[in-house]
Design a protein around this ligand. Structure first.
Ligand SMILES: Nc1nc2c(ncn2[C@@H]2O[C@H](COP(=O)(O)OP(=O)(O)OP(=O)(O)O)[C@@H](O)[C@H]2O)c(=O)[nH]1
Length: 381
């Protein structure tokens, strides 16, 4: 159940990262595109009598292209990481791309039909091919919306050229070029998503290495490096405050016998079962159970005085004796010796000296007969 939930969270995390990446790419690719439509229409106005013959239509087209170019710049990507907000922003961008494409497709068609705009025909046909190519290469993040934009730009002129009375050779070359543009779109769409997959794989590997460098392989508890770093951080914090911090160092008793009698594999299961008990019992805010190495473990207990930590340790020791940590060996019990120390800013000038105090208490517990808790102060429970 938890596994499925974690997978679901991970899956949503991957989808959100991909979406955020797509927003970022779309933003960068959208910035200048609108200017070329404005320039294209300017060409028509300069080299044909469009403005004098069709003043209102010319002005309307100019206003549409300028507004679309401004909208590209004005619609900034959302700060929110809500997938619905990001998707809505992307949909708006695609609407701008498709409206620009549709208007350009209509303008090209108009120049092909109207004798007044005849001087601009070649330029606009070349422009249509250029814009379609640019869309296929630049906006390859989404295949179908991109294909629709290509078709809106290109199809009206191509369809017209296939009509009787038009130049079939031009129609043929436009069609062949359209096939090339679609092939390029397929390739660059695949490349874009392959690149995202590759980046995601690299990110997951980096996270796995990072996790491995922080956790102990067998027990999945924090390893010694992480524990000592956290101990140092909490110790430095406690030096400046009056909040107590205590430390348990725990060693399994006669663990070698378990290995010798039941085998190393059962020994391993024993260690991970024991770690599970540590995780369950020491799960409070800021509490950190860790494996220091071999069959030695430690727990950091912020906010605990030595007697309070010793009481927690004693409860753990007694509770552990009742737990079958190896399911295949229900009668097998493990016992532990525990050393407890409370941080003392005057004596513990480093985390090492703090650990050494807890270690000394642990060795006293071993010497006094094992299966017990000893405090560094020498006090008894
Ligand atoms: N199965 C297994 N055994 C381990 C692992 N790490 C250390 N050990 C074993 O832990 C045992 C530790 O033995 P000792 O240091 O003699 O300690 P002990 O038998 O627990 O005796 P006391 O600590 O004195 O009570 C050795 O047999 C190690 O091989 C591990 O990851 N897996």
């Amino acid at each position: 159940m938890i596994g499925a939930m974690e997978r679901d969270i991970e899956h949503r995390g991957i989808n959100l990262r991909r979406l955020a990446h797509e927003v970022d790419e779309t933003r960068r690719r959208m910035v200048v595109g609108g200017v070329f439509y404005v320039l294209g229409w300017l060409l028509v106005c300069l080299f044909t009598p469009a403005i004098s013959v069709y003043p209102w239509a010319s002005l309307t087209i100019a206003v549409i292209f300028v507004s679309l170019a401004v909208a590209r710049l004005a619609l900034r990507p959302p700060v929110s990481q809500d997938p619905r907000v990001l998707t809505h922003w992307l949909d708006l961008q695609w609407l701008i791309i498709q409206v620009s494409a549709a208007v350009w497709g209509a303008v090209v068609l108009w120049t092909l039909i109207s004798p007044v705009l005849a001087n601009a025909r070649m330029a606009l046909l070349v422009g249509a091919a250029g814009f379609a190519t640019a869309i296929a290469h630049t906006y390859s993040m989404r295949f179908w919306p991109s294909l629709l934009a290509v078709v809106l730009i290109y199809a009206p002129a191509t369809a017209l050229m296939w009509m009787p009375g038009h130049d079939r050779a031009v129609a043929f070359s436009l069609t062949v070029y359209l096939a090339y543009v679609i092939t390029s779109l397929i390739r660059s769409h695949r490349d874009f998503h392959d690149r995202l997959d590759f980046q995601e794989t690299l990110r997951q590997q980096r996270d796995a290495f990072e996790r491995m460098s922080r956790t102990d392989d067998l027990t999945l508890l924090a390893n010694r490096r992480v524990f000592v770093a956290e101990l140092e951080r909490v110790r430095a914090e406690a030096t400046n405050h009056t909040r107590p911090v205590s430390l348990l160092v725990i060693d399994l008793d006669h663990f070698k016998q378990i290995n010798d009698q039941h085998g190393h594999a059962i020994g391993d299961t024993c260690l991970s079962g024991f770690a599970e008990q540590l995780r369950l019992v020491f799960a409070g805010q800021g509490e950190l159970p860790a494996r220091l190495g071999g069959e030695e473990f430690a727990v950091l207990l912020p906010g605990h005085t030595e007697p309070e930590a010793a009481t927690r340790a004693e409860a753990f020791r007694i509770g552990l004796a009742a737990v079958a940590v190896v399911p295949e060996q229900p009668t097998l019990r493990i016992h532990v010796s525990i050393g407890v120390a409370e941080f003392d800013a005057k004596r513990h000038l480093s985390s090492d000296t703090f650990l050494i105090d807890a270690d000394r208490a642990l060795y006293r517990a071993k010497n006094e007969g094992r299966n017990r808790v000893c405090q560094a102060s020498g006090n008894r429970l």
